[in-house]
Design a protein around this ligand. Structure first.
Ligand SMILES: Cc1cc2nc3c(=O)[nH]c(=O)nc-3n(C[C@H](O)[C@H](O)[C@H](O)COP(=O)(O)O)c2cc1C
Length: 332
């Protein structure tokens, strides 16, 4: 009932993608979503090419279903895309940059290219460049946010503008009703970040997930505060102690904020232990030791709809069931 033309094109059962969320979205999460009939996306951000290759092998050992690999183009490392093409990954899911230099080569390797955009102009440019699908992000989204307007206004505008290129809706969706609403706006699928962040397979601290579960949309804020490592990029996070202190201090500029320069904690990323500074863009991954209140706790407004932490397959199944029931109810 839910299968859209995009599902047929890439060989998935349900129009549900998990977002690439950097190291939080490892092979276990991506494989669980793909095996459940959606399309899991591995977070390629920060993975040096040899580690990325191992992660793709691990993902393939866990599922034989289609999957994607995500890159943030402003942080792309030399050799990352080449590894994906050599490994013939089904999809590249790109964000925060111009996808056009990668499309022809990807298509030569039978890899499709999806890109996430935040405006009609960006969507039109991506469509003209030849991307295979466009992920349309609303301002409700968690993590780094390109979208400037709500999902319900940008999705129909992009669908109208790009004609035959399939659109995927991202931002504020965590339930079956959300899927139905995205499809009714003209999208052919959804991409969910915050919902899958609160899955048992996501590689983040349990305390961070519990914080997301106990929060609602009003506890999130759209800001540029957590800029160390990724300057000038707006993001949506939970209002934690670092945010409240900065607010009380009158929003001082970067470099002059309370506790600036302190180390908030350490974490292992792709086998290397790194120090995470206060106002760092790195989220508390599994194994983070330090103060979670000093670093970015990305979450979308969809946290209002995320009330538990459960296996990714169960999330896919429940979202599909609710979407099908919602459609059946509307038909009655
Ligand atoms: C914890 C977290 C990390 C994210 N990291 C990335 C990333 O590395 N690459 C990317 O393309 N998008 C990233 N995003 C944004 C998602 O692609 C997507 O736009 C967003 O999650 C949609 O909103 P939702 O969280 O309400 O589902 C991230 C989102 C979250 C919540």
């Amino acid at each position: 009932m839910l299968k859209t033309p995009l599902c047929h094109q890439i060989g998935i059962s349900y129009p549900i993608f998990s977002a690439g969320m950097g190291p939080a979205a490892g092979p276990e999460l991506a494989a669980a979503v793909s095996s459940a009939g959606g399309c899991g996306v591995l977070g390629g951000l920060f993975m040096p090419p040899p580690i990325l290759r191992q992660a793709i092998h691990r993902l393939r050992s866990l599922t034989d279903k289609p999957f994607g690999v995500n890159f943030v183009l402003s942080h792309l490392q030399e050799g990352q895309i080449e590894v994906c093409l050599e490994e013939q990954v089904p999809l590249l899911v790109l964000f925060w940059g111009d996808p056009s230099p990668y499309i022809a080569e990807a298509h030569r390797h039978h890899t499709k290219v999806f890109t996430q955009v935040g405006s009609v102009e960006e969507a039109t440019a991506a469509a003209d460049a030849g991307v295979d699908a466009i992920i349309v992000q609303g301002v409700e989204a968690g993590g780094h946010v390109k979208g400037l307007t709500s999902l319900s206004t940008i999705v129909p505008a992009v669908v109208e503008a790009v004609n035959s290129v399939p659109a995927i809706a991202a931002g504020g969706i965590a339930t079956g009703r959300g899927v139905v609403s995205a499809l009714s706006l003209g999208a052919q699928a959804v991409s969910m970040g915050t919902r899958f962040l609160c899955s048992t397979e996501a590689a983040v601290m349990r305390a961070y997930q519990e914080r997301v579960v106990s929060s609602t949309a009003k506890d999130t804020v759209y800001t540029t505060l957590f800029d160390v490592g990724w300057p000038g990029a707006p993001h949506r996070v939970l209002r934690n102690t670092a945010f409240v202190e900065w607010e009380s201090a009158g929003y001082p500029a970067s470099g002059q904020r309370p506790g600036e320069g302190k180390i908030a904690g350490t974490v292992s990323v792709a086998g290397t232990t790194i120090e995470v500074p206060k106002y760092g863009a790195m989220i508390p991954l599994t194994g983070f030791s330090g103060d979670m209140e000093s670093v970015a706790l990305y979450a979308g407004e969809s946290c209002s709809l995320v009330n538990d932490i459960k296996p990714a397959a169960q999330i896919v199944q429940e979202v599909v069931k609710e979407a099908e029931e919602t459609i059946a109810h509307m038909q009655r």
